[in-house]
Design a protein around this ligand. Structure first.
Ligand code: ATP
Length: 221
C-alpha cells in the first residue's frame, strides 16, 4: 500500500515569487497532493548566479511556508554546502520514503529542458513530474519539440490518480494559470526600485527591505 504522494519543488528561489507559489498550489489541488517540500538549491557564495546568500533564500521560503501550510522548507541541498544534482536529492528522498510517490513540481520551461538534466531518465524512475504552465507561447514550443513529444507519449498522463498509485514515471501537465514572472525580472525591478508588490508576498518584501537585499550595488549580501 502506497502512502500519500509528497510534492517536491526545487529551485533557486532568488527571490521566491507568486509564480512559484500560486501555480504550484493550484496544481497540487488538481492532483490532490497535500504536502510539498520546497528545496532551495545550494549556490556557492562566490558564484554570481545567486545574488543573496542561501540562508536569505531559505528564510524567504520559510516566510511563505508560514502563510501556506501546504509548503514546508527542506534545507538538505543547502546544508550539503556543495551543489547537488536533482537526481541525488531524489535518490536520498526515495531511500527515506520507499513507499511514497514523489511528485516533482516544475514549470514548463523546465520541462522543455528536461533532456539537459543530469540523468533525467533515472529521475523519471524516481519521481513523477507535475508541470505548471508558465509562458503564453509554450504550447507551440512543446508541440514543436519532437524529442519532448516522444517522452510525453510514453510518460504523460491526464489521470491524477496515477500519481497516487505509482511511485514514479508519469508526467502530469496541470491546467494552471500562467503567471509570467521570474526571479530575474524581479531582481532587476528591485534594483531599479520599481513596484514588485504584485509578485512578492508582503512578508517576503518586508524581509528584502529589512535586509537590504537586491540593492543596486549588491554583490553578495
Ligand atoms: P530566474 O529568473 O532567476 O531564472 P525563476 O523565476 O525561473 O528564476 P527558479 O527558482 O529558477 O525561478 O524556478 C524554480 C522552479 O519554479 C522551476 O521549475 C520553474 O520552472 C518554476 N517557475 C518559476 N517561475 C514560474 C512561473 N512564473 N510559473 C510557473 N513556474 C515557475
Amino acid at each position: 500500500m502506497l502512502r500519500a504522494p509528497l510534492g517536491i519543488f526545487g529551485g533557486t528561489f532568488d527571490p521566491i515569487h507568486s509564480g512559484h507559489i500560486y501555480p504550484t498550489i493550484q496544481a497540487a489541488k488538481l492532483t490532490q497532493i497535500e504536502k510539498i517540500a520546497m528545496i532551495p538549491c545550494y549556490i556557492p557564495t562566490h558564484k554570481s548566479s545567486a545574488s543573496v546568500t542561501s540562508q536569505h533564500r531559505l528564510n524567504m521560503i520559510e516566510l511563505v511556508c508560514q502563510q501556506h501550510d501546504i509548503f514546508y522548507a527542506d534545507a538538505r541541498d543547502i546544508n550539503r554546502g556543495v551543489p547537488t544534482y536533482s537526481v541525488d536529492t531524489l535518490n536520498e528522498l526515495r531511500a527515506e520514503r520507499p513507499n511514497t510517490p514523489l511528485c516533482f513540481f516544475i514549470g514548463t520551461d523546465s520541462l522543455v529542458n528536461l533532456f539537459t538534466w543530469h540523468k533525467w531518465q533515472e529521475i523519471l524512475s524516481l519521481c513523477h513530474f507535475v508541470v505548471c504552465h508558465r509562458h503564453n507561447d509554450e504550447p507551440t514550443t512543446v508541440a514543436q519539440d519532437s524529442a519532448l513529444q516522444a517522452i510525453l507519449a510514453k510518460h504523460q498522463t491526464s489521470q491524477y490518480l496515477d500519481l497516487h498509485t505509482k511511485l514514479a514515471g508519469h508526467i502530469f501537465i496541470a491546467d494552471t494559470e500562467r503567471l509570467t514572472v521570474s526571479s530575474s525580472q524581479l531582481r532587476e525591478q528591485l534594483k531599479m526600485n520599481t513596484k514588485v508588490e504584485k509578485f512578492i508576498p508582503s512578508n517576503v518584501l518586508n524581509y528584502i527591505h529589512q535586509h537590504k537585499l537586491y540593492q543596486p550595488s549588491d554583490d553578495l549580501c
